[in-house]
Design a protein around this ligand. Structure first.
Ligand SMILES: NC(=O)c1ccc[n+]([C@@H]2O[C@H](COP(=O)([O-])OP(=O)(O)OC[C@H]3O[C@@H](n4cnc5c(N)ncnc54)[C@H](OP(=O)(O)O)[C@@H]3O)[C@@H](O)[C@H]2O)c1
Length: 303
């Protein structure tokens, strides 16, 4: 059982952990610590300072000093991180995994954590913390789901229980990601093609008007393109995880494999480093200009 004002420890302190921490601190959580890669980048140090989060030196130190561990790394690393953390877990702690991994990875992670007597929460994060902070909708399953909801709802977290074991919440998130991440890859293919042939999409009414599918190029997709640009490497890895889950379900991931390949091609420009993990105010066009510049310098061709 964790306390009513749990000591929280984030494993991975990227965009999600930063915005959740800021919100939770504002809502009254007293202690939040985090561990990121061993050498903290300037972005991580600045974000930690801003959110009043203390950076731990090792995963062991973080687990020892926290009651509720929240893993927020990359989907493809989630199982490895849970198994590593399990070494230090005890029955008085809980472990929540919000990564976009796969239903199978969540199930195996839960087994590793449960083996130490600690409860596990599978979180399918259904909204964007950068937009909605700690109130972003979370689907949760696993043996720790009820307790997590009972305690963290008091701090304004928007938690919905998906009945059943770890992996159930992730199943719904994976289905959702087929749509969202598939769309992001397709949008990148569109803007790269338009840029290559010198067409300004915003100048053509039929491309920006409202359709049954929503506003095709602007508003949300504009934002989606930039989010996918910053997180292209993570998202292409996660698309591979989705493809793996689909194969287990007996569905050939034809489009999802291609989407992974498209975002992989965007990832080689390291836009996250170029824009210091923040979306450029000028919109995705600034990312296209950056790609031109990086291509010239590094002799990578935009394809
Ligand atoms: N962003 C969203 O809105 C959103 C929405 C739903 C779900 N998610 C999920 O939330 C998770 C985090 O996403 P994010 O956007 O915060 O990604 P992010 O900004 O890339 O942050 C991930 C952080 O984890 C660090 N990391 C990687 N391996 C680690 C390890 N072994 N130990 C400690 N830290 C490690 C990374 O460090 P380096 O950069 O140095 O590698 C990075 O700082 C992902 O699984 C993602 O799928 C994100």
């Amino acid at each position: 059982m964790i306390s009513e004002n749990p000591k929280i420890g984030f494993i991975g302190f990227g965009e999600v952990a930063y915005y959740l921490s800021k919100g939770l601190k504002g809502a009254g959580i007293k202690q939040i610590k985090a561990v990121d890669q061993p050498i903290y980048s300037e972005i991580v140090r600045n974000r930690a300072r801003d959110a009043e989060v203390e950076l731990a030196l090792t995963l062991e130190e973080l687990v020892m000093r926290s009651e509720l561990l929240i893993s927020a790394v990359w989907g493809n690393l989630s199982l490895e991180v849970a198994r590593e953390a399990a070494h230090f877990m005890t029955s008085d702690k809980m472990f929540a995994d919000l990564n976009n991994s796969s239903p199978r990875a969540k199930k195996l992670a839960a087994e590793a954590i449960n083996a130490k007597g600690a409860k596990f929460i599978d979180i399918g994060l259904m909204a964007i913390p950068k937009e909605e902070g700690h109130k972003a909708l979370m689907y949760v399953s696993g043996d720790g789901a009820e307790e997590f909801k009972a305690i963290m709802s008091k701090y304004g977290m928007n938690i919905q229980i998906v009945p059943g074991e770890a992996g159930k919440a992730m199943t719904i998130k994976t289905l959702w990601s087929i749509h969202t991440k598939g769309t992001q890859a397709l949008l990148w293919e569109l803007v790269l093609a338009a840029h290559k042939v010198g067409v300004d999409l915003s100048a053509h009414e039929p491309l920006i008007q409202k359709t049954a599918m929503g506003d095709l190029v602007f508003s949300i997709p504009q934002w989606l393109v930039m989010h996918a640009g910053l997180h292209a490497e993570r998202k292409s890895n996660e698309l591979r995880e989705i493809a793996e889950a689909m194969r287990e379900w007996g569905i050939e991931p034809i489009v999802i494999e291609a989407a992974a390949k498209r975002l992989e091609s965007v990832a080689k420009y390291s836009l996250k480093d170029y824009f210091k993990a923040e979306m450029p105010a000028e919109g995705y066009q600034a990312m296209l200009k950056a790609i031109d510049k990086i291509s010239k310098e590094a002799e990578i061709s935009v394809r």
